[in-house]
Design a protein around this ligand. Structure first.
Ligand code: G4P
Length: 528
């Protein structure tokens, strides 16, 4: 194993941020990029979004909605670490991609609004993290405003997200009385000055909280902090590194992203503690990142970044070995050798042509529809990485063609869009409908615009009564056949032919699951 490969693996951190809209993900991202020197002024991430709208006119929806349909990968260097931050789209552009991005990270940062506590999108994203036991660091944001007490927030996280909390920092007051945070781990006190960006602040080292200096710095709130810390020493869960790594415990930090307070402390801890790229499972064996042979998989496909050419960019996560520009790999699904000549690496502000890249890095591969989600490339050995599933859609529409002569184009378009992971397509066992399923409703508009622009299909949507979908399977073939025969009206096949139950309500879904105990109802399905 080459020394350089090992060194590059050890210094890489590939992660995503999970949060509910408005918790402060964009603000935090911006501060992280500032620390990483990837941007040099606040506001750059937001303005980049605006710029992107101005230059990408392939789809008017982006502009109309004033949001971004695209997601990106931001790479920056912090201390000696190479950090890859994979964006997890969260507002209206919340989609299956948001879930799937999490299959390509090694850890996550969870941002929680201190006034709102655990919200619904965070719960959903946490469910995805749990599938691979992704280690999570928590950042409780907006301490400059009145919110829930730290104990209440941690209690809510433990209860709703089923993960033990261990505070590594502790806030002193909140809102108007917010004085700063005490770093339990390093025993340092960081004082808060509203509106002041505190880059590189070191804090005051406090060996002993009974030091009168604490009273000088905090006034009346000194005793409050002493009481809190004493209480925590007796009652809080001690930090256990292994528990963080196996995702049964989350270290918690408090701060205010907009004031850049508590962010650097968390980042310092993140780069030290978060795991570097680890081994990944394939159908046949586990692949270690330190293997010399290059390997990786596609977890996301983004279409028409360049409207002049109808090309697509496949986001490829490197799992082992070194990538070098122009290298030949085997596209195992197609059984063809391809040259990775035009790979792009994603920087915070611009895309650059990559010469070399390492495990944990994400490269963008240009193609014309020849790459599917989950495709694995290696120089020789036939491998197929697992853990890159389809996620059960939560919204449904029926597609009605305006011009029935365009049926062929519709079918072709839907097959390709399903392969890209843009949308899921179901054919009910009875009738000839096309039912589309998506994790976020914007995907319907995106799909319709693309069907029209790229495939010349003129269609409309009709609402359907479905609320949930589950892939169904059963070891017992006879029982499965009976289930299928008796429930034809509620069953459909997805684009790969897998049987799916479409439920009209959560209640119906639960009823079905109880009624058919031998059938397994899956929320995810893998193409393997
Ligand atoms: P998101 O990406 O998770 O959706 O959140 P974003 O960072 O856009 O933040 C949502 C709102 O919360 C923004 O206000 C942002 O300024 C504010 N915010 C972020 N961090 C903090 C914090 O530490 N304290 C306080 N008080 N507010 C914070 P906005 O009014 O919606 O947008 P903007 O006009 O400020 O951009």
């Amino acid at each position: 194993m080459s020394k350089q490969l090992l060194r590059e693996i050890t210094r890489r951190r590939t992660f995503g941020i999970i949060s509910h809209p408005d918790a402060g993900k964009t603000t935090l991202t911006e501060k992280l990029l500032l620390f990483g020197g990837a941007i040099n002024m606040a506001g750059a991430v937001k303005s980049r979004k605006v710029e992107r709208h101005a230059t990408s006119d392939w789809m008017a929806i982006e502009q109309e909605r004033g949001i971004s349909v695209t997601t990106s990968v931001m790479k920056f260097t912090y201390k000696d670490y190479e950090v890859n931050l994979l964006d997890t789209p969260g507002h209206q552009d919340f989609s299956e991609d948001t879930y799937r991005v999490l299959t390509a990270v090694d850890s996550a940062i969870m941002v929680i609004d201190s006034a709102k506590g655990v919200e619904n999108q965070t719960e959903k994203l946490m469910e995805v993290c749990r599938m691979r036991n992704t280690p999570i660091i928590t950042f409780i944001n907006k301490l400059d405003r009145e919110g829930l007490t730290p104990l209440d927030i941690m209690g809510e996280i433990e209860e709703k997200l089923q993960i033990e909390c261990t505070p590594l920092s502790w806030p002193i007051g909140m809102g108007k009385t917010f004085k700063g945070v005490y770093n339990i781990h390093h025993k340092t006190l960081h004082l808060f000055t509203p509106g002041q960006a505190t880059l590189n602040e070191q804090g005051f080292l406090i060996e002993d909280l009974s030091d009168p200096k604490v009273d000088e710095l905090l006034g009346e709130q000194a005793d409050e902090l002493r009481d809190d810390i004493e209480l925590l020493e007796g009652a809080a869960n001690p930090f256990e590194y292994d528990h963080y790594l196996n995702a049964s415990q989350t270290p918690v930090f408090f701060g205010s992203a907009i004031n850049n307070f508590g962010v650097q402390e968390m980042l310092d801890c993140f780069v030290e503690m978060a795991p570097p790229p680890g081994p990944r499972q394939t159908v046949t064996r586990e692949v270690s990142p330190a293997e010399e042979a290059f390997s990786g998989f596609v977890f996301k496909i983004q279409a028409n970044m360049n409207p002049a050419h109808r090309d697509r960019i496949a986001f490829f996560r490197i799992c082992s070995g070194k990538f070098t520009r122009g290298m030949k790999v085997r596209h195992h699904r197609l059984g063809k050798d391809i040259t990775l000549a035009n790979a792009t690496i994603f920087m915070a502000q611009e895309r650059e042509n990559v010469q070399e890249a390492w495990p944990g890095d994400i490269i963008g591969l240009h193609n014309h529809g020849t790459i599917k989600i989950g495709d694995t490339f290696t120089p020789k050995e036939e491998l197929k990485f697992t853990g890159i599933p389809n996620f059960a859609p939560e919204h449904f529409r029926r597609v009605l063609l305006k011009n029935p002569l365009k049926m062929k184009q519709l079918q072709k378009g839907l097959v390709q869009l399903a392969e890209e992971g843009a949308i899921q397509v179901f054919r009910p066992l009875i009738g000839s409908d096309y039912i589309m399923g998506a994790v976020g409703v914007l995907q319907f508009e995106v799909t319709m615009a693309r069907l029209k622009n790229e495939y010349g299909v003129d269609a409309i949507y009709e609402n359907v009564d479905y609320q949930a979908a589950r892939w169904v399977r059963c070891e017992d073939k006879k029982a499965f056949a009976e289930f299928e025969r008796k429930n034809q009206a509620s069953l459909a096949r997805d684009s790969e032919g897998f049987l799916t139950y479409l439920a009209q309500s959560e209640w119906m879904l639960n009823y079905f699951m109880e009624k058919w105990p031998t059938i397994t109802f899956d929320k995810t399905r893998e193409n393997i």
